[in-house]
Structure formats: C-alpha cells, structure tokens
Ligand binder design. Sequence first.
Ligand code: AMP
Length: 229
Amino acid sequence: MLGPPGAGKGTQASRLARERGIPKISTGDIFRQAIADGTPLGLKAKVTMARGQLVADDIVIGIVRERLAQPDAAPGFVLDGFPRTLVQAWALDEVVVERGSTPLIVVDVVVPEHELVRRLAGRRICASCGANADAFSGNGAPPAHCDACGGVLVQRPDDEEQVVRERLKVYHRDTRPLVEYYRQRPTFRFVNGFQSPDRVHQEIVAMTDSAAALAARPAAPTKHVERPL
Ligand code: AMP
C-alpha cells in the first residue's frame, strides 16, 4: 500500500488484511512497538522518527525480511509503510523472487495535500492498542477514548505540525518516486483516498481482486526496468 502520510494506508491495510485473512505488516507499528518496549531498535528509531525522517534502509529491510519469513505471512501479506525508498523496493522485489510467489499488487492511495495536513493534525491514536481515531470524525469535539478498547487517545509525536511538514517533504523526495517505479506493472492501481473509508475499502477490494486475477496468469513478458546506478 503506497501513499503519503495521512492517506489512510494504515486503516485500509488493516481492513484489507482482515478481509483476506492475512497479516498486515506495518513498519511504523513495528518501530512504535520497539520504542514502547525500549529495545535497542526502538532507541535507534526514536530520534529518527521524532524528526520525521526515515530509518536506515538496511535496518528496515532486515526487519521486513524477518517478518515476511514468519509462517503467518506464507499465504500473503499486506504491507503498510514499506517500501518507502527505491532501495527498499528493490529488496522487496528480491524477496518476491526468492519466495517464488505471484507478483506484488501495488495500490497507491491518492489524497490532496491540504486534506493530508488536516487529517494528520486531527489524528489521535490509542495509547493502549495503537488504533487510529480521527479527531474530526465526530461532531467537532475530539473523542477522548478509544472505540476499540477504551484506552486514552493521544497525538502521535510525529503528527505535530513541524514534523508533519518534514514527513511530507521526505515523502515527496524519497517515496513518491516509487509510483514511477511501479506504475508500468500490470498489477499497479491508484485509488482515490479522498472518499469515505468504506468506499475506499470497496474500491481496494475490487482492484486487488482484478490485479490478483492478472497476477495469477502465467507471466507475460514485461518491460525490463533498469536499476539506476
Ligand atoms: P508510519 O507509521 O508508516 O507513518 O511510520 C512512522 C515513521 O516510522 C516514519 O516517519 C519513519 O520514521 C519510520 N518508518 C516507517 N516505515 C519506514 C520505512 N519503510 N523506511 C524508513 N522509515 C520508516
């Protein structure tokens, strides 16, 4: 699942994973958990995340490789927040080849920038279970407690305005080029993320069904993409 911060990738990835009965793998969640647990990985990631920058490729790639090797990911997986750089995308392509699995299905969630800023400023997450709650989804007053578990809602430190600006800059510089990297593939899709979450979900289900049908066909010759040196 590709898209800028605030596009709704996390929410949509969770819904799709639930629907398909496969795990959602969110690198951001893995780092937040490591920070909460105070592990060496968490200590390394904390400063980088607080600045809105990206954790080093070799660290992220190692974590994703390990996670994808777990038995529950054997039938498939939904990736949220990975890949975020071309180096990560190349590593993911290598994993797909090594697994001998069907091609990746890539969905780019498109949302206008003014809406991203609005959503990120209003986003609250549950301090207990990490679920997302949109502060603007109710009748004006931000909700105080999590719908799922009743936990206290807090703002993610990297959703503060200055950090959001840096995250969007990093997105345009490092992650946006992945759209060009993937868009020639027959299993690449765009979805309009500026609609209700239910509508976005329905469209993602339909487009991943059609892409999966294509992906299951015997491989047709595809255009060779050169890695830049
Ligand atoms: P997210 O929850 O996906 O918005 O990720 C939160 C933060 O975790 C990002 O701003 C990065 O600092 C870090 N992070 C998550 N995924 C990656 C990734 N694939 N590569 C580098 N850093 C990442």
